[in-house]
Write a protein that binds this ligand. Sequence first.
Ligand SMILES: [Zn+2]
Length: 209
Amino acid sequence: MIHEIFPVGPLQCNCSIIGDETTREAMVIDPGDDIADVLAIVQKHNLQVKQIVITHAHIDHVGGAMKLRAATGAPIVLNHNDYTLLKMLDLQAAWIGMASPGKVEIDHSLAEGDKVQAGPLLANVVHTPGHTEGSICLYFPAEKKLIAGDTLFAGSIGRTDLPGGSFDKIINSLHGKLMALPDETVVVPGHGPLTTIGEERRSNPFLRK
Ligand SMILES: [Zn+2]
């Protein structure tokens, strides 16, 4: 598995490029900005982007999706519960003092139980409302890897004070779904350093029972 993780944009969202070494098929997760850098990494590995997966419709995660779609022809996929937020990108841009990326179109919705893949690399879509209504995580069971968006961070959890956020829902998503994963699962949060489910189970103040 090729997996490149690099921060993009002013809020340093962790963008992931996951590619299969045999078929060279790839998915890009959360191309918030800096699409020239994303494309350079795609080219360096000689990959073909098949899907653009968005963990949730905050501008720092979705802002570069249309540029990447134009460059690769890959569809943009996102949970439909975040469509309302996606229509507020101009407002989101104003909150953080960024230029608006314009309108972002969704090619299809991803729901709980759906799968996304790059060649033989398979991820299960886990719907984890709380940070936003449509927040999803991607779990790669064979690799025991979780792309967590802004639901879980090393030592913390996603904020729930923005429109569509709910503290009760994020706690339910974390305890009901993410804490059910094996301890050795490597977690790639939407911002900041990597962690594991076991480490967060032991030390995250929001997750200790
Ligand atoms: Zn967010």
